[in-house]
Design a protein around this ligand. Structure first.
Ligand code: 0GY
Length: 293
């Protein structure tokens, strides 16, 4: 086996938790197949193939209605696999792309027509090479005219340095995986407090309460140490949270989660039917399918 990747779970459980009708898995990926959509030469890891057909089968198995497919770094700024999946979904998938400064308006328009509604800026040094902030701001200004938003991925210790950049962006800003808190630190401590302050003071900032399997130190199957962090965000900002499986869990070391059990994490962090409906249906629909609202 290629030592670079763990394969995704071959037969995830049927979740005990029934997601509400119309639920959106708002953070997942497609990879390749590499023979059709090669991985980017500048990638920092090589995943396994994870096709759109398998993603759509998982969507149905878990009870979701729609997907938001996020461009991952292993495909660089070549959005073909993601856009192909969006186009093939019959309107049931939207996309988040990665673009460079050189992207043309015609290319942005084609991505929009495929279903793209956002771009992702990734600040994890282990995943990407550095891009100057003026280039990112220029991209943000251009995609804002399409009505898109910016998805950001960073680690908690980098938030102080990134704060001014995030709060300058002219769009809604969606934070991946709660800004990757160190869950061994207190939920009421200064580090997570800074992230809560970002959301409190900036109503355009949203958060995905996803990826307990990446953040947990206590580990599977229950990821108990992540619950207080995600639950706090859902309770404080019920109208600005999203949830996703992160299938096929790229670049994950150690263990591969059972996606059915990940769905069972949801009622532990969104503890009422109303919070669950906002998290899984109302919020993602407002951001990705506003024309249906
Ligand atoms: C995720 C998490 C990771 C990878 C990527 O774009 C990516 O390659 O996002 C990670 O390694 O933490 O959201 O899929």
């Amino acid at each position: 086996m290629d030592p670079d990747w763990l394969p995704f779970h071959p037969n995830p459980a049927k979740p005990a938790f029934a997601v509400p009708p119309g639920a959106v898995d708002a953070h997942c990926h497609v990879f390749g197949p590499a023979a059709q959509f090669p991985f980017a030469p500048e990638r920092k890891y090589t995943p396994c193939d994870a096709s759109k057909d398998l993603l759509f089968a998982l969507r149905d198995h878990l009870g979701f209605a729609r997907n938001v497919i996020v461009q991952a770094t292993c495909h660089g700024a070549d959005n073909r696999a993601m856009a192909d999946a969006c186009r093939a979904s019959g309107g049931r998938a939207r996309g988040v792309a990665t673009v460079r400064r050189q992207v043309t308006d015609a290319e942005l328009q084609a991505l929009h027509e495929a279903g793209v509604r956002g771009v992702r800026f990734n600040f994890l040094k282990r995943l990407v090479d550095f891009t100057p902030k003026d280039e990112l701001l220029e991209i943000a200004g251009r995609i804002a005219t399409f009505g898109w938003h910016v998805v950001v991925y960073f680690e908690a210790q980098d938030l102080p340095e990134l704060w001014d950049f995030f709060t300058t962006l002219p769009t809604t800003v969606v934070v991946d995986h709660m800004g990757r808190p160190d869950v061994t630190k207190p939920v009421d401590g200064p580090e997570f407090g800074l992230f809560l302050r970002l959301m409190r003071e900036h109503p355009d900032v949203w958060s995905k309460v996803s990826c307990p399997e990446r953040l947990s130190k206590s580990g599977p199957p229950s990821y108990d140490d992540v619950v207080p962090f995600a639950k706090r965000i859902v309770e404080d900002f019920p109208g600005r949270v999203l949830w996703g499986t992160d299938w096929p869990h790229p670049n994950l070391k150690g263990h591969m989660p059972d996606d059915g059990r990940l769905v069972d994490f949801i009622p532990r962090i969104a503890t009422t039917a109303e919070r669950q409906r906002k998290l899984l249906v109302d919020n993602p629909m407002r951001l990705y399918w506003p024309e249906e609202n």
